[in-house]
Design a protein around this ligand. Structure first.
Ligand code: PHE
Length: 347
């Protein structure tokens, strides 16, 4: 029996020596230390041995079993290390290989313009105020001094919603009233001065053409306080024009009309394409219209919670798409929403 045990061990170890992968290792385990392996059979046949033989054979069988188990563990560890080694060699990193270049994204040209405009007004002490795109008819028109059915509403054809009185804002001006009301709420008896710009998306029910989109951005500006004059309006906006279009650019103000400002004016800047000589961009006039503006109408101040006897203010609104188009001589406003990479990648 002892000799048999010895040969069981020798044979098993020989078989193990030729094992070189995980599958055959598992098969070896079943065959040589599994429940019906030769060593285990020895344990099972112990009953037929004499009292004297039993402890000797038992001890020897245990030793063989332990030796085979240890050999198994050792082999398993060896195979594991070999697998790691081969994956390290096979998947070695070549750090001399040139990296893949990352394609860098960029901001939409209109976003770039909005940021540039916002930065200039931030330097002048204006804060960004975000108002809403879905508005009430009351905010968008009535509180801005557009009476119901007034023809001035036709200047801004409206997208209505299925909910009565709820519309898509046609301009950022309703944000004036929202901003004033929020500021006035802080101290209703003596509301604090307001200096905000309101950038955002506006919607108009319009025929889409090269010059008009039904969705576009505006930047509104509002300054309210004591003794604010039309001179402040002119000074602020001329300064803005110089910072935006160049230190030597000239500006001019033309009388205009908006229901929510009185008096109202549009500002032109000297055509920066031809320097005022006259060219196709300025349609031979030498001037480019940039924004609408005016002194906040007393009714609007009152609607915002500011007493027009004590406060005055100015407001303005401009179209970043239009400014971007002038700056880069883009001829078709529809490019901004086409999502054509060939267009967007140029900015
Ligand atoms: N809301 C006006 C428009 O959309 C622009 C404007 C804003 C004019 C503020 C005066 C003051 O055309």
């Amino acid at each position: 029996m002892l000799e048999k045990l010895e040969s069981i061990q020798t044979e098993a170890l020989e078989a193990l020596a030729s094992v070189s992968d995980e599958d055959s290792l598992q098969a070896w385990k079943v065959a040589h230390i599994g429940r019906s392996s030769p060593v285990m059979d020895v344990f099972k046949s112990m009953g037929s041995l004499s009292k004297e033989e039993r402890p000797v054979v038992g001890q020897q069988a245990n030793q063989v079993k332990q030796a085979l188990e240890a050999a198994f563990e050792e082999k398993a560890e060896m195979l594991k290390q070999a697998a790691i080694q081969s994956s390290l060699e096979g998947e070695r990193l070549d750090i001399t290989m040139p990296g893949r270049t990352q394609v860098r994204g960029r901001l939409h040209p209109v976003t770039q313009t909005i940021r540039q405009i916002s930065d200039i007004f931030a330097e002048m002490g204006f804060q960004v105020y975000r108002s809403r795109e879905v508005e009430t008819d009351e905010m968008n028109f009535q509180l801005l001094n557009f009476p119901p059915h007034h023809p001035a509403r036709d200047m801004q054809d409206t997208f209505f919603t299925t909910q009565e009185g709820i519309i898509m804002r046609t301009h950022t001006s309703p944000g004036q009233v929202r901003a004033m009301r929020e500021y006035a709420a802080e101290n209703p008896k003596s509301p604090p001065p307001v200096r905000v710009i309101l950038p955002g998306m506006c919607y108009r029910y319009e025929q889409v053409t090269a010059r008009a989109e039904m969705q576009f951005t505006q930047i509104e500006g509002l300054a309210v306080g004591h003794n604010i004059t039309f001179g402040d309006l002119k000074g602020t906006l001329s300064d803005f024009a110089r910072r935006m279009f160049g230190q030597n650019v000239r500006t001019r103000f033309r009388a205009s009309y908006f229901p929510f400002t009185e008096p109202s004016a549009e500002m032109d800047v000297e055509c920066f394409v031809c320097g005022g000589e006259g060219c196709p961009v300025c349609k031979q006039t030498g001037w480019l219209e940039i924004l609408g503006s005016g002194m906040v109408h007393p009714t609007v101040l009152r609607n915002g919670g500011y007493d027009p006897e004590k406060y005055t203010g100015f407001a303005f609104g401009m179209g970043p798409e239009r400014i971007t188009m002038l700056k880069y001589r883009i001829e078709d406003i529809r490019n901004f929403w086409r999502n054509d990479m060939r267009f967007l990648e140029q900015f």
